[in-house]
Design a protein around this ligand. Structure first.
Ligand SMILES: O=C(O)[C@H]1O[C@H](OP(=O)(O)OP(=O)(O)OC[C@H]2O[C@@H](n3ccc(=O)[nH]c3=O)[C@H](O)[C@@H]2O)[C@H](O)[C@@H](O)[C@@H]1O
Length: 432
């Protein structure tokens, strides 16, 4: 049996016979009725979408407030107090990677001379996070507050710039390590590319815009064999994904400098070592293994040539970082708009005195008074380069950079710290 509607308005036009005016009326009514049905459906769908979105927002913000380790009045108070400048003409610096090796040393040095410092670190487990926690405790005793968060967190970055008008950003947060890039390539893209862009976005939007000094790497020289390495040498032959992401960082920062007027200084660090260092690096893992009586793997280059590095002591690097901050010109833009050209600089921070890896081992043996069990193997194709050697004349000219610690002296200080921290048997760290 046809429904009432079907009866009144048969689905097949033309089958209905009636007068013309009646017909017209029906068509108008029909058209109106279907428009209002559509309208009701549209309203229903909009309401459904809106309630879904607001539910999602509720879930997001709820989970953020439940899991976030930042935010709140007390947190903002800690930020402001840590960022407080204590010297005439001082800076307020956001240090990313502040619980890292270089980050912790730079943060303390800045704080000591009266600059305001706020740290940011995600405490990831690329290497033993307890060492990062210990550095954090050390920083707290110097009055440096570290926010636990990721440089990929745009909301957190916006909040930080909202609470503190940072004059400088020292960007040291990164996925470090040359050979680990073969194990976890995406962590390099996440931290060194995506994280960098998120940070630059926050800096470009900030008002005032901070000047940025950030960690590039000697590894950008890749297969370059012109020695010593100068900033103008080619850097288009990276030997590892790590190097490629650092090189990409140099290009990315250049574009932000060009478009938004951000002041940029990239520092190419040369194999930095010292107390509170990184356990994944050769001098550190060699020390641990030698003390534990385990063998160490010493890579050797083509034609049995020893590998060499321009090992640079942490205190020299810290001086280079501070010198870079002191001479970084201002960013010219604000709120995402460029107002004029800003400086774009790149410097080598090395020691200008390469030492072979076997010599590094011999120095450690002397300081530790233990003979190493050396397992010499040909360098696998793992992203390593045979040698590095920095020409540092640019940094010397610009801010008087002059490294003063040779490898022998620097390793002595490292070993002293290592033994006080871990003990001879790499037991539990001494509490700081
Ligand atoms: O200069 C830099 O820019 C880089 O310096 C280091 O990278 P790398 O020089 O490879 O430092 P190590 O991992 O400590 O290696 C030093 C030397 O020891 C060698 N090595 C390493 C590990 C090992 O088990 N055996 C060994 O012979 C390496 O081949 C290399 O020649 C850092 O790990 C990077 O994060 C940094 O960017």
């Amino acid at each position: 049996m046809p429904s009432l509607e079907e009866e009144l308005f048969p689905s097949t036009p033309g089958k209905f016979k009636g007068d013309r005016a009646h017909n017209m009326n029906r068509q108008v009514y029909r058209c109106f009725a279907s428009t209002s049905t559509m309208f009701l459906w549209a309203l229903f769908l909009i309401a459904l979408t809106a309630s879904y979105l607001s539910f999602q927002g509720f879930v997001d913000s709820g989970s953020r407030y439940l899991s976030a380790s930042w935010g709140g009045i007390n947190w903002e108070k800690q930020l402001r107090s840590s960022a407080q400048i204590q010297r005439h003409g001082g800076f307020s610096v956001l240090v990313t990677g502040a619980a890292g090796f270089v980050g912790s040393h730079v943060s303390i040095a800045l704080k000591r001379r009266g600059d305001g410092v706020v740290g940011l670190d995600n405490f990831n487990d690329y290497y033993d996070p307890s060492l990062k926690r210990a550095r954090k405790s050390l920083l707290e005793t110097h009055g440096v507050f570290i926010v636990e968060g990721d440089v990929n967190d745009a909301k957190l970055l916006a909040k930080l710039f909202d609470v503190v008008a940072f004059s400088h950003v020292m960007h040291l947060a990164a996925q470090a390590g040359v050979r680990y890039a073969m194990v976890n390539p995406h962590s390099y893209v996440h931290s060194n590319i995506a994280g960098l862009v998120t940070l630059l976005e926050a800096c470009k939007n900030a008002d005032p815009q901070p000047a940025i000094v950030w960690a590039s790497s000697s590894s950008v020289y890749g297969l370059n064999d012109k020695v010593p390495f100068s900033e103008a040498d080619r850097t288009d032959q990276p030997a590892s994904l790590y190097a490629a992401t650092k090189k990409a960082g140099e290009e990315i920062t250049h574009s932000y400098n060009h478009i938004y007027g951000l002041s940029i200084t990239g520092l190419r660090f040369f194999t930095v070592y010292g107390p509170w260092g990184r356990p994944d690096m050769a001098y550190f893992s060699f020390t641990r293994n030698i003390l534990q009586g385990k063998s160490i793997t010493v890579y050797r280059g083509k034609n049995r040539v020893d590998l060499a590095r321009d090992f640079t002591y942490i205190d020299d690097i810290v001086k280079g970082c501070l010198g870079s901050l002191d001479t970084a010109g201002k960013s010219t833009g604000s709120g995402g708009k460029k107002r004029g050209p800003a400086p774009y600089r790149i410097f080598n921070l090395g020691n200008t005195s390469p030492v072979t890896v076997p010599t590094l081992v011999s120095i450690l043996e002397r300081h530790l008074k233990v003979k190493a069990k050396r397992n010499i193997v040909d360098m696998p194709g793992n992203g390593d380069v045979p040698f590095t050697h920095a020409n540092i004349s640019s940094a010397r000219r610009e801010f008087g950079y002059k490294p003063t610690t040779d490898l022998q002296t620097g390793l002595k200080k490292f070993v002293k710290w290592y033994l006080s921290y871990y003990g001879y048997n790499h037991g539990k760290p001494v509490n700081y």
